[in-house]
Design a binder for this molecule. Structure first.
Ligand code: 13P
Ligand code: SF4
Length: 391
């Protein structure tokens, strides 16, 4: 059972959501508290305080915001983007002393790998992790590689790891001559990888791997096998591994995994003429039932290019879908599912945490700095650089 260190008077429960920045989960990589006092969310001066702190820091700070962040946080981002654009941007600002990453832990780690040693990457709430990234631990992935070696296929395998993975997994990928990918360049990454080896080990999102392999690389579902890290040998025989072209890790996004074929059917009945546009982290059958599939940047551009009067159902995180609906009042933009579907960890970065982080920087303290071990960082960098150099 997870042991939670709690505020006095708060009862432990393994299922309890940690109070934002005020509690720690010592069993989790990200479970560290925010020292000092967080301003209360009800503080009416928060917007002014964030503005004042950002102005005081000037060019010393660069604030990045992922598309799934809350509106109150996006309002202070110098650049917004999907994980690929944010990785590029983090690498492109060597003059910024502080990079405040409004996103999740694996993104901040990648930013630390891609920025210079004198730049500090700050994650305003260290509890902003990613359940998908947590589905592939370093030990499990090393064990998987041993299974591939034993099956006699490791020499034919090129690892392709989704950005949504820890720095340790990215380092593993670099060590084995692989590449990182994001949802906006997964097909290019697979094309590169199949030019190098006969098989791909795709970590940790089975859906992005399967959707890209089958829809964009001409592979069949039978070419794909699912490696389950919780089963001996991944639950696969050596023969299955020898026959496979795509070895998918059994991981998924709990946000995008919620959309179903029924959600698609239901929205088509509810909104006549609707175009269903989903993120490739959605399950294969949902992507097949949709009209279009693409990364968050693709989704944003598709909406920008859409004619007035058109109707869209979007299958991705709700903060982004709400902003798209507000930005396009001349179009009908609805959420693909009837139930609310925020990413709870993305949502942990809120205005109080951003204000706290910026004010700490103004006071000369660097809070919640994300630092990747230098050896791991060098290996992870090889895999990230490979992604940035994909043709
Ligand atoms: P992109 O930013 O690559 O679209 O990925 C979506 C996501 O789930 C990020 O965590
Ligand atoms: Fe992770 Fe999914 Fe949240 Fe992205 S949306 S951070 S993949 S849980």
């Amino acid at each position: 059972m997870t042991e939670l260190e709690l505020m006095p008077g708060v009862e432990a429960s393994p299922l309890a959501l940690l109070l934002l920045g005020r509690q720690r989960d010592p069993d989790s990589e990200r479970g560290v508290d925010c020292p000092g006092d967080l301003p209360p969310a009800s503080d009416p001066t928060l917007v002014a305080r964030a503005r004042a702190a950002k102005d005081a820091l000037g060019d010393r700070v660069f604030v990045l915001g992922h598309h799934y962040q809350r509106d109150e946080v996006i309002a202070f981002a110098d650049v917004t983007g999907d994980s690929f654009k944010l990785a590029q941007q983090a690498a492109a600002r060597p003059e910024a002393e502080f990079v405040v990453f409004c996103g999740v832990h694996f993104m901040a780690e990648s930013a630390d790998v891609l920025t210079g040693p004198d730049q500090a990457v700050v994650l305003p709430d260290l509890a902003a992790g990613c359940s998908m990234a947590d589905m592939a631990t370093f030990e499990q992935v090393e064990e998987c590689w041993d299974v591939l070696v034993e099956a006699g296929v490791a020499d034919d395998v090129v690892p392709v790891s989704y950005m949504n993975s820890s720095a340790a997994i990215k380092a593993f990928t670099g060590r084995h001559g692989g590449t990182i990918c994001t949802s906006s360049n997964a097909a290019r990454a697979l094309t590169w990888a199949y030019g190098k080896g006969e098989k791909v080990l795709f970590l940790p999102d089975q859906h992005l791997g399967r959707n890209t392999a089958v829809r964009e690389m001409g592979l069949t579902l039978d070419d794909c096998v699912l490696y389950d890290p919780h089963k001996p040998g991944g639950g696969l025989t050596a023969q299955q591994l020898r026959d496979a072209r795509m070895i998918l890790w059994k991981g998924h996004c709990s946000v995008h995994g919620r959309f179903t074929v029924d959600s698609v059917r239901e929205v088509r009945e509810r909104v006549p003429g609707v175009t269903v546009l989903v993120h490739p982290e959605c399950r294969h059958e949902v992507v097949e039932a949709a009209d279009l599939v693409g990364s968050t940047e693709f989704i944003i551009k598709a909406l920008e290019a859409a004619p007035a009067g058109s109707a869209w159902a979007i299958g991705t995180e709700l903060n982004l879908v709400r902003r798209l609906a507000q930005a396009h009042p001349d179009k009908t933009v609805v959420f693909l599912d009837r139930t609310v579907c925020f990413c709870s960890t993305m949502n942990r970065i809120d205005l109080p945490h951003l204000v706290w982080a910026l004010e700490e920087l103004v006071a000369g303290r660097v809070p919640n700095r994300i630092v990747v071990d230098p050896v791991e960082a060098a290996q992870a960098r090889a895999a990230l650089d490979q992604m940035l150099a994909l043709p």
